[in-house]
Design a protein around this ligand. Sequence first.
Ligand code: PMT
Length: 350
Amino acid sequence: MTTPVLFLLDHTRPLEETLWVLGDLCKDRDLGIQVLVCPDEALLRLVTPAGWEALTGHPVVSEQELPKYLEQKPLAVFCQDWRQDLAPMLAHSGIPVLLWGDELPPGVPPGSVALPEFEAMEILRRLEQLATPQDFAGKTVLVTAGPTVEDIDPVRFITNRSSGKMGVAIAWAAAVRGARVLLVHGPMTAEVPDFPGLEKFPVRSAQQMHDVVRDHWSEAQVAVLCAAVADFRPDHYVPQKIKKIEGEGMVLVLERTPDILAELGAMPKHPFLVGFAAETDDVEINALNKLRRKHCDLLCANDIRKPGSGFAGDTNQITIYAPDGTVLALPMLSKQGAAYRILEEIAKRV
Ligand code: PMT
């Protein structure tokens, strides 16, 4: 999203909050917005035009210049307050208004929304919704994310390096397209933001993830299984801390965990199924094998040896495989950017 967004700023709102939210919005994101601010006179006495420019990276737009900027069709105009003097110009522009408040005044252009919270994530989500087709409205997308944790005793466990970032990015991208999202996630380091349409189901083990997915899969039209589910768990849990014995090693007997993706794929009628594959070698062979064996409708493979790809970081390089032989090799993208591309591919097929 490269279209600009105009922010009409008002001195009656707390300046600290305004600066904080704008600072967050100006941080680089894959669909980064161009933040253009038009502060009122009183605000310009508190923060100079140079200060606003340092924050946003763009010169201040004066009220006199507003008509010119509206002609350039920004994605939206964010208003901290509804200014009666500017109302006719905004109504006439046809550009959607995001208004901080509980309700919209009459006469605002179509697509306008009231935002009860002045919060960067929510503003971003609304802006991204304006820029994205709402083709998942009325659909439920089930996403698994993060690692699972398989306990050995009260102290020790088996897990993996998944941060959950990729799965959270998928959840966000689905919500931006209008979906209701069920996010079943293991203990993650990635922050799981709250946003409308998102229902979170925290779990710990592969078995718990399996059980929650089994309880909810029938509600979903699409399932994206991005979690790094432990393939093995200890064959039994020891309720007391296992003591070490001087000079002796320890044998841990592991058993298989349920394969959630394979189980869903084997159902006669299942949601549109997207699997992931984290591979270190023979990426294409292994990915195609998983696509077929687990009956996926799409498979997203990441070569986790490649710098910048796979676990924990903020970027990923994904190749998407489809059963009809289509192969789409995405460039290295932020995980959010990769998630938008994956959702685009799903949207073409559901
Ligand atoms: O969480 P991040 O730090 O952002 O990292 C992202 C990621 C590397 C975890 C993600 O991009 C990824 O590749 N996820 C899948 C990791 C994985 O476990 O791949 P796999 O090849 O072992 O499993 C194949 C598929 O089967 C996956 O869709 C997995 O969710 C699913 N599976 C695996 C085992 C199991 N018992 N149940 C499953 O559902």
